[in-house]
Ligand binder design. Sequence first.
Ligand code: AMP
Length: 399
Amino acid sequence: MKILVINCGSSSLKYQLIDMDGEQCLAKGLCDRVGIDGKVKAETADGRKAKFDAAMPDHTAAFNEVKKLLTEGELKVIHDLDEIAAIGHRVVQGGALYHESCLVTDEVKAGIASLNDLAPLHNPAHIQGINAAQQVFGMDKPEVVVFDNAFHSTMPPKAYIYPFPYEYYEKYQVRKYGAHGTSHRYVSLRLQELHPEFKKVIVCHLGNGSSITAIKDGKVIDTSMGLTPLDGFIMGSRCGAVDPSAVTFIMDKENISPMDMSDLMNKKSGFLGVSGVSPDMRDVEIAAADGNERAQLALDIFYYEVPKIIGGYITALQGLDALVFTAGISENGANVRQDICKQLEFLGIKMDYEKNEGLRGKETRLDAPDSKVAIYLIPTNEELMIARDTKEIVENMNK
Ligand code: AMP
């Protein structure tokens, strides 16, 4: 069974075609700058690559590019669209409405649209993507939605309620929802496969966007992202948690609108904002090594905040069986994993630093023999998680 996994943004469409017999990605790509000056990048598992400009005034045009790439020309991987059993869409915000993945129906589309206020940049784009996929791939192709925060829906109210006047939660559903749930779920399920005996787990998803999640008995009890992915700790260009009064203070002083302030906190802060160099941690590391003090400060903040959140979650979990690293920064940055673990040594969390050194992107157990806690690197695969959910739902549909 082949599943097409789609991640639609307001001006982009990422896709992966996954063969579920062996769970292999056959082809993947990105249609970027949809509605602007259309750029397409695509590759196949056997190494064929393409990069070209294409007029894509809307998501339907982008899906037509994906269809052509998959079925025609040099990057062809299937003969026709009938080979695709179903389409799985990533949806950023499922609010409190959706606790698990489900088949797309008119009611589900209306449900996703009803949450537009909570994810104004994402949910409308997902609906556009779902509609465009139906136009290009046909109404009879099953479509499944996988919500990025569904895995966090097990959090108790004490973790997700913001202590504003309660009416704002009731009126607007303003609360913590978390993000990266598909990644945290993939990684924690993999760990469960390896060690069903581990009950208390912390997953550190450290990438361009970063989040840390505390998981007890397979269920999330807390996560660092909030109403939106802005909460938590320093990221590429997001500030993470700050005193809310600092936000209103800057808005007042600079006469900034809520939208512009949101832009400032999401796109101009974090590593980029503090260092002035780049949102990419590698660039910040290079600048710091060259003596750039603000770059070093950005790194210092990161290495201060991450162990602090892990420490807090160990308390929330009342112990820890395993600490897991995943996503770009922690899959590739051996030094990052090491520097975080060094600060946790006093808790008995001890890394095998030799084993860790130079390790990139490969599932590996990393704790020293005398560590009280297991340490793992488990590469994430959100697309595969979406494909698995899609397959399961489609198979159940056919029963
Ligand atoms: P992701 O969002 O999971 O794709 O992660 C992307 C981020 O990983 C990039 O923005 C880089 O900052 C980071 N990254 C990749 N390689 C390394 C590395 N060797 N050391 C530190 N950070 C890295």
